[in-house]
Every structure is written in structure tokens, then in C-alpha cells.
Write a protein that binds this ligand. Structure first.
Ligand SMILES: *Cc1c(COP(=O)(O)O)cnc(C)c1O
Length: 394
């Protein structure tokens, strides 16, 4: 395997191992366990003296191909594939913490991620401070003697705030804390948190990596030492392992990741520019537009815009609902990163559990809409948006 391959090549060939049949496409190894030629061979495998798989909860061949391919793309030494994005996030955070430790997290988080750090972790004696992550001074102010983990998402869901990952990593390194980045919204193509100084990267593979709305999946990537010392035992004994069938689906999915993400980003950028000109739209947030509030950081740390667009309709909830209901190509769904264009109203779906105050802090109003661009022809998307906007008047 060549480390110098460019991403599009890695994603088609990286990590592939073939059985004695020499199959073209990666095989699905739907097996729970593995057999040994002799008792001595089993003993040696368990002692770690010989390489090989032991039990599918620990690792298995199809999952291994997916993990290796993702490691190449991310520039990570090691990884563990998990059953869902949330299994990846919770494992990455909990495996390295104990009672008495402290997390600092940017408050603009995917709802379940916020629940893990704000509600679950404190039950086990792990303290958590939520901050506005856009200002580095807030990270510094929140540091305590027991701060062990900084956790963030960038761009954030749904308002696409961007956080200075290199800046957060510099602060973390000063105190020996680890930075965990949920890189879902940026995709592994457009942002490399490990290169920016983060220590651990997590994905919901359910999103762009599958990209075709078929299965759940997640992955935690880091250096070998961190995985060995933190995640290895946690992963084996708490059992968040991905199904080999899903690993296979995701392996096939990432072959086309660069093609899909490029088309989705072009579509998102065109929709963002179109929306910014419409009288019914109060504001558009799109990393990649010059008017994005953190455009300088976007330019510094991202190689591309985003496949998502956040915008606010002047008419509040009534306008947002009427607009979404009038769309014909774009479907109403809370998923994202899919080949199909999807739209959601965060205040009544993904962020309905937050208080009005917390939503306001995140910039989510009754008129806020989140659009996830698909791979359709952008002319059809613009026509769909134009027709739906005309239905809600000016
Ligand atoms: C979807 C998502 C998750 C959770 O992933 P699942 O695969 O649904 O468990 C976590 N973080 C972000 C940013 C997400 O978009």
C-alpha cells in the first residue's frame, strides 16, 4: 500500500486484502469467530505472539479493511470502526476519562454528543463546561487543573460555526489535554484535524462516508499509542463493534466519496449564492462564502466549503414549514451527507430538546433551515428552491 497515493486512489484501493480467490470487490466476512489449526496456535494468538483475528467484537477482516482505508485517508496510525457515530463519540470521550476529570466542549454540538458530555459524563463524576467555542479565550478561561479533554465539532450543526482547531490544540498541548474533533460536517476530504494538532478524530460514517442512506456506522482514529492505552480495552470489553456487513457497505461507499462530496459541495455553494439573493431569506451561512463569520479560519483550515447550507427565512416557522412542504426534489429529513438533497427545520427536529435560550445561543431561530446538498443536477435544485420560495411570498 502506497502512503503517497492521493485520496481518490486510497479510497478505491486502500486497505484491501484479498482471499485466495482474488475477488475484485472486497469480501464480506460475516463471521463471529475464527478457528485455529492447533491449541498451540490458539494460545499464541491470545498471547499476541501471532497476528490474526480472535473474535469479531475485537476486529474482523472486512472491518479491518474499512479501518485501514480510513486511516490512510485521515493520516491516522490506527482506528476502530463502531456501530454508529454516537458509539464512536462516546467511546472516544469515555475511554480516556475517569471520575474527577473535566471536559471542555464547544456548546454547538450534535444533540446526542451534547447529551454525552453534558448529561451522561457528569453521572460518572466527569465534569463538563460548555463554551462558545468560536473564541479561543473561552477555551482558555474554562481550563481547570483536572481538564483532560477538549471536544468540538467544526463546522457545527446546524449553524456552521467554525472553530480554530489549531488554536484549540495549542491550548490543549500546554496542559497535556487531548483534543477530540467530530469531523462529520467537514468530511475527511476537506479538513484534517490530526494535521491541525488534534489528537483524536471521530466520524459518523452514516453521513457522507456511506452517503447513500443505507446504514449506520462510525469510526475513531488516532495515533497507535492513544488507541493502545485508551480505546483498545474499552472497545473490546464494551462492544461497540460495527457489523461486517456495514463495514462492507461503507467500504463500497467511500470509493465514491470524492465524487459525491465534490458534486454536493458545488451544489451547496450554488444554492447558498442563490438563497443569499432572495428577498425571503434573512441570512445565509455557508463556509466558502466571503460573508461567513469565520471566513479567515475556513480559509486556514478547510480545503473546501461544505455540503451543508444554513439559512434563515424571514417568515419564521410558518414560512419555513410552507417552504419545506413546497419542495419537490429536496426531501424533508434530518439525515445529512446523502446523495439525495435533504432539508430540516432544526428548531422542531434535531434541536427540539434544547431550551429556547440554548437555541438562541446557537443562532437557531424559528426560521432557521438546514439544507444538505445531494448530487442532483443543480439546475433542478435551483428551480425547486425558487418555486418553493415563490409559494411563501416576499
Ligand atoms: C450524525 C452525527 C453524529 C451521530 O452519528 P450516528 O451515526 O447517527 O450515531 C455525531 N456527530 C455529528 C456531527 C453528526 O452529524
Amino acid at each position: 500500500m502506497s502512503k503517497t497515493w492521493r485520496p481518490a486512489t486510497q479510497l478505491v484501493h486502500g486497505g484491501t486484502t484479498r482471499s485466495h480467490h482474488g475477488e475484485t470487490s472486497e469480501a464480506i466476512f460475516l463471521t463471529q469467530g475464527f478457528v485455529y489449526e492447533t491449541s498451540e496456535a490458539a494460545e499464541a494468538r491470545f498471547k499476541g505472539e501471532t497476528d490474526g483475528f480472535i473474535y469479531a467484537r475485537y476486529g474482523s477482516p472486512t472491518n479491518d479493511m474499512f479501518e485501514k482505508r480510513m486511516c490512510m485517508l485521515e493520516g491516522a496510525e490506527d482506528a476502530r470502526a463502531t456501530a454508529s457515530g454516537m458509539a464512536a463519540v462516546s467511546a472516544a470521550i469515555l475511554c480516556q476519562l475517569k471520575a474527577g476529570d473535566h471536559i471542555v466542549a464547544a456548546r454547538a454540538l450534535f444533540g446526542s454528543c451534547r447529551w454525552v458530555v453534558e448529561t451522561l459524563a457528569p453521572k460518572y463524576g466527569i465534569e463538563c463546561t460548555l463554551i462558545d467555542g468560536r473564541d479561543l479565550a473561552n477555551w482558555e478561561k474554562a481550563i481547570r487543573p483536572n481538564t483532560k479533554v477538549f471536544f468540538l465539532e467544526s463546522p457545527t450543526n446546524p449553524t456552521l460555526e467554525v472553530i480554530d482547531i489549531a488554536g484549540v490544540a495549542r491550548l490543549a498541548n500546554q496542559i497535556g489535554a487531548k483534543v477530540v474533533v467530530d469531523n462529520v460536517f467537514a468530511t475527511p476530504l476537506f479538513q484534517k484535524p490530526l494535521e491541525l494538532g488534534a489528537h483524536v478524530v471521530v466520524y459518523s460514517a452514516t453521513k457522507h462516508i456511506d452517503g447513500q442512506g443505507r446504514c449506520l456506522g462510525g469510526i475513531v482514529l488516532s495515533d497507535k499509542k492513544w488507541i493502545d492505552e485508551n480505546l483498545h480495552d474499552y472497545f473490546r470489553h464494551t462492544g461497540p463493534a460495527m457489523s461486517p456487513f456495514n463495514a462492507w457497505t461503507l467500504l463500497k461507499g467511500i470509493e465514491t466519496l470524492p465524487l459525491r462530496v465534490r458534486q454536493q459541495t458545488e451544489n451547496a455553494a450554488r444554492v447558498a449564492d442563490f438563497l443569499a439573493e432572495q428577498p425571503q431569506v434573512a441570512r445565509v451561512i455557508y463556509p466558502g462564502r466571503k460573508d461567513h463569520p469565520q471566513a479567515d479560519i475556513v480559509a486556514k483550515q478547510m480545503k473546501g466549503g461544505s455540503t451543508l447550507v444554513c439559512f434563515e427565512l424571514k417568515g419564521g416557522k410558518e414560512a419555513a414549514f410552507a417552504f419545506q412542504n413546497a419542495l419537490e426534489v429536496v426531501r424533508i429529513s434530518n439525515n445529512l451527507g446523502d446523495a439525495k438533497s435533504l432539508i430540516t427545520h432544526p428548531a422542531t427536529t434535531t434541536h427540539k430538546n434544547l431550551t429556547d435560550e440554548a437555541r438562541a445561543e446557537l443562532g437557531i431561530s424559528a426560521g432557521t433551515v438546514r439544507y444538505s446538498a445531494g448530487i442532483e443536477d443543480s439546475d433542478d435544485l435551483i428551480e425547486d428552491f425558487a418555486a418553493a420560495l415563490s409559494r411563501i411570498g416576499k
